[in-house]
Design a protein around this ligand. Sequence first.
Ligand SMILES: [Mg+2]
Length: 193
Amino acid sequence: MDARRSLIVLDRDGVLNRLIDNPSEPRPDSPMRASEVVVFPWVPQALRDLTHAGFGIVVASNQPAWAKGKTTRADLEAAHAAVLHGAEAEGGVILSSHICYHRAEDGCPCRKPATGLLKEAFERHPGYAVGASWMVGDRAIDVLAGATFGLRTALLAADSAEQATLVARRLQPDFLGADLRDFARFVQTPAHA
Ligand SMILES: [Mg+2]
């Protein structure tokens, strides 16, 4: 196996699927049941193109809603299954999902910006090279986790507050774009594959 194969680690909410409005939260929230899941319309084709181009694709996602008592574990898992089903609809393959179910105050080693989910992903898929791989997310915490672990990083965010957080940490993502379409186009150019 080519030791330089690239794994693309995707954050989920805001990258694959829409965030939802939750009046009891200060910012848009994750879908907490399957009926709330809306996969962005460009995602199935982007994942198909990346899969056909030879990239491995996994998901790494913080999902604390069950631990916070906002939903059940079963509903949360059904929501995740709905995201995968929608995202893979055109033949793209997500090799595995790595999910942190803890809250920030639990002090776990997996919740991004910690790197436990990334470590788990590369242990599961040892044929991929960290230095040739990517972390792709819509929040500063995704870029922080990816950079700490040694991945190249992509921030897909219209929200300049996320960029400001990174600037404050003196961290610049390797790619800045609007959505997964932009990243898929970019990473398939020969200089970045
Ligand atoms: Mg996100």
